[in-house]
Design a binder for this molecule. Structure first.
Ligand SMILES: Cc1cc2nc3c(=O)[nH]c(=O)nc-3n(C[C@H](O)[C@H](O)[C@H](O)COP(=O)(O)OP(=O)(O)OC[C@H]3O[C@@H](n4cnc5c(N)ncnc54)[C@H](O)[C@@H]3O)c2cc1C
Length: 425
């Protein structure tokens, strides 16, 4: 490796800036660990902003659980190699408390009721079990549970949201749900969620929007809107609109990229670099990695060409799956992209997928990934850690299907917590 690159030395390098990488950076920062974080933050923009812990098990029957802890207990019994099986409930609770506390302190309030998944409305008109929910979505839970008289506002020209689709899907179980499409102040043609959310941060625009909604509120108990109520100051925007309308208001996350995911991304990007011990390289990647027992890890980082060398005693690998690019599938096999770690995977490409795309049990390829030991270290086929100080967290781990199990964020943040804790042991 070139010795001419500028160097940074650190105790811990975190590779990845998705939910797992961000959570690891937060937890490491809170423990005062001298850390460098590398990775693109784009993946977070695709998250819905709803933080799932454990909602569905077994996936083949699609059983939905109200109590995520009970679901985890059943999961571990049936799937003892799921990453949750190697975590302690006390650490999982601590991880949730730290993340939600961080969001709350950053004016992005989340509601978490220990022991209960909440039924949250999605833009498809389905209801999904989620654990930590933006406070701005919470009234939607009580409106749905009470089947209250609720008006769903839709906007002319808005992409990624259809009030009509939601109402059509939910009407059989929720007759009191109606929708109305209204014109936005100062908007013509196509409207996108992110600029609209920024537009609604102007008090004058909110006042004019409320004036257009108010005539339709006769007999309405709740008002639902697509999640566009502010990007940088969402809680202020939400509270103000609620006061202007004189009704409980709630947001429904839109299709990705959702403003609710962008808000999380902005909070991480703005507040994590303020941690004294954390240095971030958010628009760079690890291009090459090497390890020696004498020097520890050497990571060349950059976009196309290396621009710096990170020398780290420990690494947490939180580089995601295929979408995040932590895993790559060629014609024959699945590889881990940075360290070429052994990937647990079906024996051949023909075994990656079920015959039916919609097979209820999901596809074996979705549970491919890194196997870890009790200290969160990737292991070889004999169960031996590949590197003594390399840890892994998040969706890159094997034996889980976060999308079907509804455990995406919970898996990311609880394994990140365990990885940070493990490196101190
Ligand atoms: C469309 C969508 C909707 C979702 N909805 C929900 C939801 O409703 N509820 C929920 O709980 N979760 C949801 N999630 C999942 C959640 O947001 C996380 O994506 C998931 O938990 C995995 O997180 P991760 O950090 O492990 O991986 P990723 O989010 O994939 O992040 C991987 C990171 O690694 C980085 N990386 C990869 N290679 C390198 C390299 N060589 N060098 C440096 N960095 C690298 C990437 O740039 C990225 O920052 C959703 C995700 C998506 C994509």
């Amino acid at each position: 490796m070139s010795g001419r690159l500028p160097e940074q030395h650190c105790t811990l390098a975190i590779i990845g800036s998705g939910m797992a990488g961000m959570a690891a950076a937060l937890f490491a920062g809170q423990r005062g660990i001298d850390t460098v974080q590398i990775g693109m933050t784009g993946e977070l923009s695709f998250a819905s902003g709803l933080l799932d812990f454990m909602g569905v098990h077994p996936i083949e029957t699609g059983r939905v659980w109200t109590d995520p802890w009970a679901a985890i207990k059943a999961l571990i019994k049936d799937c003892p190699r799921h990453p949750y099986a190697s975590l302690h409930p006390r650490d999982m609770r601590a991880a949730w408390a730290a993340l939600v506390g961080f969001f709350n302190a950053a004016d992005l309030p989340y509601h978490l009721q220990s022991g209960r998944n909440l039924p949250v409305l999605t833009p498809a008109g389905t209801v999904k079990p989620s654990y930590a929910v933006p406070v701005s979505c919470l009234n939607g839970v009580s409106a749905f549970e009470n089947k209250a008289r609720c008006l769903l506002i839709d906007f002319e020209g808005l992409k990624g949201f259809s009030g009509r689709q939601i109402v059509e899907t939910l009407k059989p179980q929720w007759p009191g749900l109606t929708t109305r499409r209204i014109a936005l102040p100062d908007a013509n043609g196509e409207v996108y969620t992110e600029p609209l959310a920024q537009h609604l941060e102007l008090p004058e625009i909110r006042r004019r929007l409320a004036d257009r909604i108010r005539p339709h509120l006769d007999g309405v108990e709740y008002v639902g809107l697509p999640a566009v109520l502010g990007l940088y100051q969402p809680f202020e925007v939400y509270r103000d609109l609620e006061a202007l309308l004189g009704r409980p208001v709630f947001e429904i996350p839109t299709m990705p990229p959702a403003v609710t995911g962008l808000r999380m991304r902005h909070v991480f990007e703005r507040h994590l670099p303020r941690l004294d011990v954390l240095r971030t390289h958010y628009q760079q990647q690890v291009l090459r990695a090497a390890y020696s027992a004498a020097d520890g890890f050497r990571l060349q980082i950059g976009v196309q060409e290396p621009v710096a060398l990170i020398r780290a005693q420990n690494v947490i690998l939180a580089s995601g799956r295929f979408f995040g690019q932590g895993l790559h599938a060629d014609r024959n096999r699945i590889v881990e992209t940075i360290f070429n770690l052994p990937v647990r995977q079906p024996p051949g490409r023909t075994a990656w997928h079920q015959k039916s795309f919609l097979a209820p049990q999901g596809h074996p390829v979705n549970q491919a990934g890194l196997e870890i030991d009790a200290h969160m270290r990737p292991v070889d086929p004999k169960g031996k850690p590949v590197y003594p100080k390399l840890f892994a967290a998040g969706s890159i781990l094997a034996h889980q299907d976060w999308m079907r199990m509804k455990c995406g964020s919970g898996l990311a943040l609880t394994t990140a917590y365990a990885a940070v804790k493990a490196l101190e042991q």
